[in-house]
Design a protein around this ligand. Structure first.
Ligand code: ZN
Length: 395
């Protein structure tokens, strides 16, 4: 029997920018959206279709989290969890991806994992072996030697950088993730520049990645890195807590997306009190909060494209809490509608998912049914009635 579903008499927000429409129906056939229209105009037979009750509910496109790490669970010791034994990481990644899917995330970008775990997970999900979102995986991080985490792919010179990018692509990465950051303590070689991954090296990374037809995401969470990344023509700037007016102008001009990952400091502030972190860590979380809120508010004003990402696993934020990130966006001045666009059609544009992100005839039927209206209260994203992935109900 072919998959045939009717989501009946629902308020529809289709993600295209149109306002929500009441009393609509959406018919799904064989994994795709077959028909969208007023409930009263549907012509088929109820006897041969699985009917899902949409009354007093809102249907939105499947959510997209543009920044996750399924190899770590997040929490107060998230970095240590990345170096757990590989079998532990692998099993956990499968479980966390399912948690994410159940929260309405039907597509995710996994932007860094040790041992290419995320690439394997993406393939397993695609093959139907894991109940997981449609995953676009970056493989591991690319960072300058002596910086960032030990499980990144490190380079020294330009040739090595190009080689690292090609190696990720050969390993099956869907995109490239570079980490701009300062030298680790005591690791700075004599006579080296203050910022190891400078403008010139980032330009090489952008060129090499785009040459292969791939997108490049750039981790930047200190003032110098934010400045360099904003002007470099990367596809997305991740975190961006210290972006200033000129940087944002450059991003708008370069059509660089900002993925603010505000859940990072939100969760850090929780753990700072819950696990009684030392003062220095509390202060860092506070600084990140202040920087991030200012940057996101200014980015909205500057017309920078924004896509939603939680950094679940890659910071203290845990998986399955995409609603919190959307709430923080609204707190920073976004309309609920804009936060939803950041989590659906804008995210689809960043990830390169032309067949997902909106509810239109012919598109892949990734859908989320909610028991309240997120356009009135964004917290409604927590009230999941059903999640459909390629038309199949997965939650
Ligand atoms: Zn991250």
């Amino acid at each position: 029997m072919k998959l045939h579903v009717l989501i009946d008499d629902v308020q529809l927000w289709d993600g295209t920018g149109s306002p929500a429409q009441p009393k609509m129906s959406v018919e799904v056939r064989d994994g795709r959206i077959h028909w969208v229209g007023p409930a009263s105009q549907w012509q088929g037979s109820r006897a041969t279709v699985r009917v899902v009750d949409g009354r007093a509910r809102t249907l939105i496109p499947g959510l997209m989290d543009c920044h996750v790490h399924y190899s770590s669970p997040g929490g107060p010791d998230w970095i240590a969890r990345f170096t757990d034994p590989l079998p532990e990481i692998s099993m956990r990644a499968v479980e966390l991806a399912e948690t994410s899917l159940r929260s309405g995330v039907t597509t995710a970008r996994d932007v860094g994992a040790p041992n290419e775990v995320s690439i394997r997970l993406a393939h397993a999900a695609q093959a139907g072996e894991a109940r997981a979102p449609n995953i676009r995986a970056a493989g591991t991080w690319i960072a300058h030697r002596g910086t960032y985490v030990s499980f990144a792919r490190h380079f020294g010179e330009t040739d090595e950088l190009r080689g690292a990018i090609r190696a990720e692509i050969e390993a099956g990465a869907d995109l490239i993730k570079v980490a701009l950051s300062g030298w680790n303590e005591g690791a700075r070689p004599e006579g080296s520049p203050d910022i190891p991954f400078d403008e010139k090296l980032l330009a090489v990374a952008v060129e090499e990645t785009h040459k292969g037809g791939f997108k490049i995401a750039c981790h930047a969470n200190d003032p110098a890195s934010c400045r360099i990344a904003a002007y470099a023509g990367v596809d997305s700037l991740e975190h961006g807590m210290f972006l200033e007016a000129g940087d944002l102008e450059a991003m708008a001009k370069n059509k660089t997306f900002l993925v603010p990952t505000m859940s990072v400091w939100d969760a850090m502030l929780y753990y700072a009190h819950a696990v009684d972190w030392p003062e220095a860590r509390k202060k860092r979380a506070e600084d990140l909060r202040q920087g991030s809120r200012a940057a996101v508010s200014a980015a909205i004003g500057a017309g920078v494209k924004i896509a939603l990402g939680t950094d679940a696993g890659g910071g203290a934020a845990r998986h399955g809490r995409i609603a919190r990130e959307a709430e923080l966006m609204v707190e920073c001045g976004m309309e609920p509608r804009s936060a939803l666009i950041a989590a659906t059609s804008s995210a689809a544009q960043l990830i390169g998912e032309s067949e997902r992100g909106t509810i239109e005839e012919g598109k892949i039927a990734d859908l989320v049914l909610l028991d309240a209206n997120p356009l009135e209260n964004i917290g409604a994203l927590r009230l999941i009635a059903a999640v459909f992935q390629s038309g199949r109900r997965v939650s």
